[in-house]
Structure formats: structure tokens, C-alpha cells
Write a protein that binds this ligand. Structure first.
Ligand SMILES: *[C@@H]1O[C@H](CO)[C@@H](O)[C@H](O)[C@H]1NC(C)=O
Ligand SMILES: *[C@@H]1O[C@H](CO)[C@@H](O)[C@H](O)[C@H]1NC(C)=O
Length: 281
């Protein structure tokens, strides 16, 4: 199984950067930003590979790509610093990764928006049409499961808390980001990410406006409107345009009742109590 192979066979390098998230929490955006920040000397903004390549083809998933194709893929040729992504909870990361000095960027999102986004994504992409679980659940059924913590990659709150706790224990190794904060002040977060991975923007770069240029290049609207992201599929059945739906904060209000939102808030209050993690829902 890809997850077990990833856990057993992956050998982390201290220079690796891992992007971790629950699906539909801003992964595509972070991939675009991370790639652009790391490769800003290699490619100018107007020559960026992002203009012609989906972000998921520039930063690949360990379990959905490399280890899905091969039990022990050769990752020696991946350009360094190697950029990878994963949806695994912190508790399930390979020990090689935990023990290394690699950097982990985590992005989380308001769970109500994440739920709606994931549901729309599944409705748009019939990922497993030939499997019994390929059927998309009814809205209420799906919400009940979400509240019970029945989710790919484990309960939402455990996923967040695993990385949150790790970021408190080891702030130099794990950077915990919130999608909503990034939306509110992308420039601040772009600078923060660059510093965290050890590639801070120089004064000259800042003066030349590179931080803003990278934020604009990776903005939702810019990427959504690119030809490459409008049509076609990748990974066999994921429609390219399904990765760019709305990217709004609070879109859940168009789908969930206030009672459903209250239910989730109550659950989260209980699950996050005792931690210092606060989600603004
Ligand atoms: C995170 O830390 C809190 C507070 O110390 C603790 O209650 C919780 O069990 C930890 N959760 C995880 C998933 O590590
Ligand atoms: C969809 O994305 C894949 C992966 O980036 C790319 O190879 C393909 O060309 C894209 N489709 C279109 C029509 O642009």
C-alpha cells in the first residue's frame, strides 16, 4: 500500500521541504507559492513554469504520486531542495522525516469551508466510479460522517492538532499556517514562508516588488484563469479546473444551515479544548 511504502521507505534529507494539509485546505495555492519562492532565482515571474503547468505537477504528493506508482521510488533526481506534499497526519509521518531536520509547512482551513470544498470536488471528479465507495454520499450523510471524524486521513481535529502541537514543540521545523490569514495578508505570509525555509527575501528583492509579484502570480484568480488549469485532467481523473473552484472564505454559508455550523463549532470546542489552537469559524 502506498502509505505503508511511504512510511517504510522514505528517506528524508535535512534540506527537504514538506507541505502538509488536509485535502481542500489550500494545498494547490501553497504548492504554487512554495515552488515560486524556492525557484525565484531560477525562473523570473514572467517565465514561471506555473504559467504552463498545474502546481500539482511542480510539487508532487508523496503518497498519491511517488509511492502510488512505485514501492520504493528513486527520489535522488528530484531537484534540491526537494519539495513534497502529503495529506498524512503528523502522527503517521515516516520516522525518517520526524528525525530529520527538514521543514514542514502545514496549512489548515476553516473546517466548514473545507467540508464544502471537498464535497464539491468529489461531486465534480468521480474518482472511483467503479468502486462501491465511489458513490458520492448525500449531503446530510456526508456531514454526519464529518462530525463523527470519519474522513480520509483521519478526524479533522486530530490532523490539525498533530501539526499544531509539533509546531509548538519545534517552531523552527514546523510552520502552522491558516488559509484565512494567508488570504487576508498574502505578502506577510509569503515573506514568513521564505524566512522559515531559510530563503528570506533580500532587501533588493523586496524593493523590486518580488514578494508582491509572487503573490499575484500564485493568486487564485491568476491561476484559475490560466488555460492549463481550465481544461483537461491529471492523475487520470482529477479535472484540472476542479482544483480552482472559488477559494472564498465563508462559502459554507451557501451550503450549510446555521444549525450544522453550530454543531461543528460545539464539536471543535470540545476537541480543541486544552490546546491553544483557535480557529475562526
Ligand atoms: C496536542 O496537545 C494537546 C495539549 O497538550 C493534547 O491535549 C492533545 O492530545 C495533543 N494532540 C495531538 C493530536 O497531538
Ligand atoms: C491538465 O493538467 C495536466 C497536469 O498539469 C496537464 O498535463 C494537462 O496538459 C492539463 N490539461 C490541459 C488541457 O491543459
Amino acid at each position: 500500500h502506498p502509505l505503508l511504502c511511504f512510511q517504510r521507505n522514505f528517506k528524508a534529507l535535512d534540506t527537504d521541504v514538506l507541505l502538509a494539509s488536509v485535502p481542500k485546505s489550500g494545498t494547490t495555492w501553497l504548492k504554487a507559492l512554495l515552488f515560486s519562492i524556492v525557484n525565484r532565482v531560477r525562473f523570473s515571474v514572467d517565465q514561471s513554469p506555473l504559467l504552463a503547468t498545474n502546481p500539482h505537477r511542480l510539487v508532487f504528493s508523496l503518497e498519491c504520486f511517488y509511492y502510488a506508482k512505485h514501492d520504493n521510488p528513486d527520489l535522488g533526481n528530484v531537484a534540491q531542495p526537494r519539495l513534497f506534499s502529503t495529506h498524512l497526519p503528523h502522527q503517521a509521518l515516516p520516522s525518517s522525516l520526524i528525525e530529520s531536520n527538514c521543514k514542514i509547512l502545514y496549512v489548515c482551513r476553516n473546517p466548514l469551508d473545507q467540508f464544502v470544498s471537498e464535497r464539491q470536488f468529489l461531486l465534480k471528479n468521480r474518482l472511483w466510479p467503479d468502486k462501491p465507495y465511489g458513490e458520492v454520499l448525500s449531503f446530510d450523510e456526508a456531514f454526519d460522517m464529518f462530525c463523527d471524524g470519519v474522513q480520509a486521513f483521519g478526524p479533522f481535529w486530530d490532523h490539525l492538532l498533530g501539526y499544531w502541537n509539533a509546531s509548538l514543540e519545534n517552531p523552527d521545523r514546523v510552520l502552522f499556517l491558516k488559509y484565512e490569514d494567508m488570504k487576508r495578508d498574502p505578502l506577510l505570509k509569503v515573506k514568513k514562508i521564505a524566512e522559515f525555509i531559510g530563503l528570506p527575501f533580500t532587501e533588493e528583492e523586496e524593493k523590486a516588488g518580488l514578494v508582491g509579484d509572487i503573490s499575484r502570480l500564485c493568486s487564485f484568480k491568476k491561476l484559475k484563469d490560466l488555460e492549463i488549469n481550465k481544461n483537461g485532467v491529471h492523475y487520470g481523473s482529477v479535472k484540472n479546473n476542479s482544483l480552482f473552484r472559488k477559494g472564498d472564505i465563508g462559502d459554507w454559508q451557501n451550503y450549510l444551515t446555521p444549525a450544522m455550523a453550530e454543531q461543528m463549532k460545539t464539536i471543535l470546542e470540545a476537541k480543541l479544548s486544552g490546546s491553544s489552537l483557535i480557529l475562526d469559524i
